[in-house]
Design a protein around this ligand. Structure first.
Ligand code: FES
Ligand SMILES: [Fe+2]
Length: 410
């Protein structure tokens, strides 16, 4: 029998199994390098350099004494010491070993142990990548067009002067990036893996109910795709809707945190959600990724984030049985630990044997969109999700609606 996976594996130049490898020279690695990727949080970057691993490359992120941000190769080009321990001074970062000083462009400015009058330092240019700050996140471009990178996408959640923004602490995960991203196109798992007490009176347990799983559609959008789950609304011409979006290359947006975290009833959905919850996923290497989370709230409550904070606290876990040897046990009770258990035990897309069903249609579309974008890049064109230069000011709205609306809207 031919599975959708077999069909996809035979089409195009990139294979599904390529998606989990992100090193330079691999299909997905080269594709990722066409986009600006989140690599840090501006507020976390103070006067101490930070080692960061991005797409398998060891780098150091720092803010110089003029507040410029730099992203350089981690290892000093002299004899390799880590610039993570460098000193921020004199307009750059100074290697602690022999004092070579580099500015944010990677240019070597000083070599204290070289003879007076030496011009050797002028010839040393360390690896550096362009960086830009947007809405509190630091993005880097590691692609081929270093002199003139594509425009940094103006994501609405990061540039909107209205509403409030909050960045959550950066999180590291120890499995492949694609497992996490695919989960965003798989709404069926919400009703099963994350199911709550079906009688708790909340919207969430009513909508994502194990016994009555909402049907969903997977649709392509200008930025990527979204999955739209629906249940009949309070009147014949309306429906309850929950959307989750994916934007290329690796951004997820879910709009229902306002309802899932505050345990609101389904009637509360009439007002719709006002909080957009963005997850920028940056592969650190083939086996790890970093998650940068931004919330953008446009509702009326001036203390929304203060209230959201305690609601996020993970409920105390059930006691682990003393004979329970399982690494992720106990995982139930927190969406986060439920996801980590499921996604980190799947194996990479290259290792897995799968049998996809109808409810995997979101995952199938997601794979097709990413493989299509990689193919576009391989053909020398600009892949989807990279703004054209003439569209550099265009605001990109990665929408995902949660609430009640007219029936059948896509
Ligand atoms: S190793 Fe960095 S200056 Fe020598
Ligand atoms: Fe999940």
């Amino acid at each position: 029998m031919t599975s959708p996976r077999d069909i996809m594996e035979r089409s195009g130049k990139a294979f599904l199994s390529d998606l989990c490898r992100v090193g330079l020279g691999t299909p997905a690695g080269d594709w990722f390098r066409r986009y600006w990727l989140a690599v840090g949080v501006a507020g976390e970057l103070r006067d101490i350099p930070r080692a960061v691993r991005v797409l398998g490359e060891e780098l150091v992120l720092f803010r110089d004494d003029r507040r410029r941000i730099g992203l350089l190769g981690l290892h000093c080009p002299h004899r390799g010491s880590s610039l993570e321990y460098g000193d921020i001074e004199n307009g750059g970062i100074r290697c602690p070993y022999h004092g070579w000083l580099f500015d944010v462009s990677g240019q070597c400015l000083e070599q204290p142990a070289e003879p007076e009058g030496s011009i050797f330092c002028r010839k040393v240019k360390h690896l550096s990548y362009p960086v830009a700050e947007l809405g509190g996140l630091i993005f880097a471009y590691m692609g081929p067009d270093q002199e003139s990178p594509p425009p940094l996408p103006q994501y609405k959640a990061l540039v909107d002067p209205n509403g409030q923004r909050s960045l959550e602490a950066t999180r590291q995960y120890d499995y492949n990036w694609f497992n996490f991203i695919e989960n965003g196109a798989d709404p069926a798992h919400f009703s099963i893996l994350h199911r709550a007490d079906p009688n708790d009176g909340t919207w969430r347990s009513w909508f994502f109910n194990f016994k009555d799983i909402p049907p969903f559609d997977a649709v392509e959008t200008s930025y990527g795709m979204k999955v739209i789950s629906r249940k009949p609304g309070p009147t014949a011409d309306t429906e309850y809707v929950d959307e989750k979006s994916f934007a290329l290359p690796s951004i997820l947006q879910i709009g229902d945190t306002e309802f899932t975290h505050f345990e609101k009833s389904k009637e509360a959905l009439a007002a719709g959600s006002h909080n957009a919850h963005f997850m920028f996923v940056t592969p650190s290497d083939d086996d790890h990724f970093t998650l940068f989370t931004v919330n953008h709230y446009t509702g009326p409550d001036p203390e929304f984030f203060q209230k959201l904070e305690p609601s996020r606290r993970i409920a105390p876990k059930l006691q682990k049985k003393e004979y329970d040897q399982r690494r992720y046990s106990p995982f139930r009770g927190s969406v986060r630990s439920e996801d980590i258990m499921s996604q980190s035990t799947q194996g990479t897309i290259a290792e897995r044997k799968e049998q996809l069903g109808t409810s995997d249609k979101g995952v199938i579309l997601l794979r097709k969109i990413i493989l299509g974008a990689i193919e576009t890049m391989q053909e020398g064109e600009i892949p989807k999700g990279v703004p054209l230069r003439e569209e550099s000011a265009k605001v990109i709205d990665i929408d995902s609606f949660t609430g009640i609306r007219a029936k059948g809207v896509f």
